[in-house]
Design a protein around this ligand. Structure first.
Ligand code: CP
Ligand code: NVA
Length: 307
């Protein structure tokens, strides 16, 4: 049985095959021949944090493939509070075929996976956001073709989303640069894993404090919230440190002329990205949001061996 907790747990071939499957599933859906390969299957969706994209796209993914999803709000399960993580995993495994969980602590996912008898999907943790990563690389393939040798640049916080982007890019042989303020770098253990994958794939990696240095020659620019869910009390402090990393038209001008701009959303317009860029001709924000649906169908089908 497989789980889907981090892109770093996949081989390059596995990540590529999930991306190929996503393309195939999206094409079939567009042509109106999506087969109900998940008929009779039920997903349990455990949320400790709010969500628009993850909640709706997983629910719709299950429905469109013939299955069902159950939304379990932060107040219901209270993972680790009302009941231990291990007991929740053992109980829910008796009812559903697959679980998706959005949690504060990644350790809870690892613990859950240890006791679950069904596949577990990371719907975002403090460590990584691998479903977002698959949707993002699908979007990059659609807009940029082959990713080998292209340059992805992330600006802002060294967080869960940038961790998944580093893993995906370094597995796929895509160059990756990240510019963060001092003190907000990616975790050194995460960077070391990225370097290990890059040594295999040939990807070039760069970590810098200089946004212009990072952006130079970029094919893809990416940003995310300066303060993630759970860091609300730091938001004010971060608003003072992060403005040089905002994607505005001035910074975008240092990227390649045909660079695309991405953001996992929700966006804090005027903070990490300006309206002019988010709504401008280079933005692919809403293609990216749509691709959560197609990417996650591929992840579910891959985990359940359903095709
Ligand atoms: N990008 C993303 O995961 O969005 P939600 O928090 O709305 O699910
Ligand atoms: N880094 C953000 C991503 C939201 C989808 C967070 O964790 O809140």
């Amino acid at each position: 049985m497989k789980h889907f907790l981090s892109l770093a747990e996949l081989s390059p071939e596995e990540l590529k095959s999930i991306l190929d499957l996503a393309v195939q599933i999206k094409d079939a859906w567009r042509a109106g021949n999506a087969a109900p390969v998940l008929k009779g299957k039920v997903m349990g969706m455990i949320f400790q944090k709010p969500s628009l994209r993850t909640r709706v796209s997983f629910d719709v993914a299950m429905l469109q493939l013939g299955g069902n999803a159950l939304y379990l709000s932060p107040n219901e399960i209270q993972l680790g509070k009302r009941e231990s993580v291990a007991d929740v995993a053992r109980v829910i495994s008796r009812y559903v075929d697959i679980v998706m969980a959005r949690v504060f602590s990644h350790h809870d996912l690892v613990e859950f996976a240890k006791y679950a008898a069904v596949p577990l999907i990371n719907g975002l943790s403090d460590y990584s956001h691998p479903c977002q990563g698959v949707a993002d690389f699908l979007t990059m393939v659609e807009h940029k073709g082959t990713l080998q040798g292209k340059k992805l640049v992330y600006l802002g916080d060294g967080n869960n989303v940038s961790t998944s982007l580093l893993f995906g890019a370094s597995l796929l042989g895509m160059d990756f640069a990240i510019a963060t303020p001092k003190g907000y770098e990616l975790n050194p253990a995460v960077w070391t894993l990225g370097e290990k994958f890059a040594a295999e794939s040939g990807a070039q990696l760069l970590a810098t404090y200089d946004p212009v240095e990072a952006v130079s020659g970029a094919d893809v620019l990416y940003t995310d919230a300066w303060a993630s869910m759970g860091q609300e009390e730091e938001a004010e402090k971060r608003r003072r440190v992060f403005p040089p990393y905002r994607i505005d038209e001035g910074l975008l001008a240092h990227a390649k002329e045909d660079a695309i701009v991405m953001h996992c959303l929700p966006a804090h317009r005027g903070e990490e990205i300006t309206d002019a860029v988010a709504d401008g001709p280079q933005s692919v924000l809403f293609d990216e949001a749509e691709n959560r649906l197609h990417a996650q169908k591929a992840i579910i089908v891959w985990l359940l061996d359903a095709m």
